[in-house]
Ligand binder design. Sequence first.
Ligand code: MSP
Length: 473
Amino acid sequence: MSMTKNKFFVTTPIYYINDVPHIGHAYATFAADILARYHQQIEGKTFLLTGSDENSQKTVEAARKRNLPVEKYAEEMAKTWQETWRKLNIADGQFGFVRTTGKNHERFVQEVFQKIHDAGFIEQGVYKGLYCVGHEAFVKNEDLDEKGLCPDHKTKPEVLEEKNYFFKLKDFEEKLKALYEKNPDFIQPIERRNEVTSFVARGLENISISREKARWGIKVPFDESQRIYVWFDALLSYYSGSPKEFWPADVHIIGKDILRFHAVIWPAMLIAADLPLPEKIFAHGFFTINGQKISKSLGNAIDPIKISEEYGTDALRYFLFKEIPFGNDGDFSFERLKEVYNSDLANGLGNLVARVAKLCEKSKVTFKVDRPPLEFKLGETTKYALCLNDLNFQGALEEIWQRYRQLDHYLEKQKPWVIEERSKLTPVLEYAVSEISKTNRLLEPFLPETAEKIKQQFIQKNITSSTALFPRK
Ligand code: MSP
C-alpha cells in the first residue's frame, strides 16, 4: 500500500441484512475507519466503503419470518445498518454505503457479467451438489460434520441440481499464482497468504455463478430465467459503490472466513473483466465473547451501540485494537474491557491530560499551541506510520501510549506542582502541552472524539480540567 498516492480507498465487507450488526461487524468497520482517518491526514482524498449485501436467500427468509415484503424488510435493515455506523462515528463524511438492490449496482453487475461472458470466461453447465444457505456457497460432503450438517450453521445443506452459468476460474490459475508471487503483500497476514497460495496450488475448479430457482437477486443480462449468484454480485459492490477515481481499493478489510472469495475469485473476476486489481486484502481473525463463539442461539451477540453508550465509542475502539493483534483471533470480555478502560484510559490518558490542564489553569501560564504539523509526514519510516501501513493497530497504539508514559515520567521528574518560579514553570508546561498536542495527531485516527476534546482543551481552551475525558468505571 503506497503511502502517498493522493488518494486512499478502503472497504469493509458488505454485511448481510438478515440480522442487526454485532460487535464482530463493528470490528472491521472500525479498522477501516482508523485507516481512512489516518490516510485522510496524509493523503487528503479518502473514501471508506461499506454497505449491505441484500440479494441473498437469507434476506428472503428473514423477511418471511418478520412477515414483511422483501423490499420493505431490506429497506428497513439497510437503514438500521447505516444508522449504526453513524452512531459509531464512522468516517465522518468520507463514507459510502452501497446497497446491492440499488439500480446503479444492478446495472454495473450486469455489465460486468456480460463483459466476462463476451470475453469467453462464462459458460453454461449443470450444477449438482450441496448448497449451504448460511454460507451462500456450495459445499462438499467433506465440509460437513458427522451428522451431515454444516459445522458453522448446524443446518442441513440443500441438494441442488440445476442449469447454471459457470465462471471459468480454472483459466486464471496461472495468472493468480503470478499475482501472489509478484505482490507478496497482496494477501495479509502471511498465514492467510499461505493458506490461499496452497489452495490455488491444489488446483481450481470452475464455479457456478447463477441460480435457476432463485427469485430474488440480479438477473443474468442475457438469460432472464437465471439470477446472478450473490457473491459474484456482492464483490462487485466495491466498485459500483465507489467513485471511479478511487479505484482500485487500497485495502479490502475482511474476516478470515471470506478469504477465498476475496483473494481468489475476486481478482480472477477483475482480470476477466479487465478491471484494476486491489492493492491488498487483509483478513482479520474471529473473536469470541467470554470464550464463546458469537451466536444468536447463545444470545451473546453484543450490540456495539450498547457498549459505546456505556463506555464511549472511542473506548470500544481502543479496547478492540489494543487487545487483539489485528489478524489474530481473540476474546472479548466485559471484565477485560473495564480493566483496560480504567488502567489505560481513565488512569492513563485521562489522568495525564487532566493533570496538565489543571496545572495550566492554576498557574495561569499563557502560551499558544498551534495544531502541530504531522510528524510522521516528514519521516514515513516512523514506527507509527510503519505499523499503520501494515495494519498493525496494536503496534501504533503502543507507540502513542509510550509517548504518554514518557510524558508522565517527565512530569514525575520535573514536579511542576512544586515549582514556584514562573520562568522555570512555563517551559515545563509548554513542553507537556506540546507533547500532548503532537501525540494528539497520532491519536486522532484511533480515538477521534477524545482527540477533538483534547484539542479543544489545549487549543481553544473551552473545556475545563474538571471535565474528565474518561470517568472511572
Ligand atoms: N455478505 C458477506 C460479505 C460480502 S463482501 C463482498 C458476509 N457478510 S457477513 O455479514 O456474514 O459477515 C461480514 C463480516 O463479519 C465477515 O468479514 C466476518 O468475518 C465478520 N464477522 C462475523 N462474525 C465475526 C466474529 N465473531 N469476529 C470477527 N468478525 C466476524 O460474509
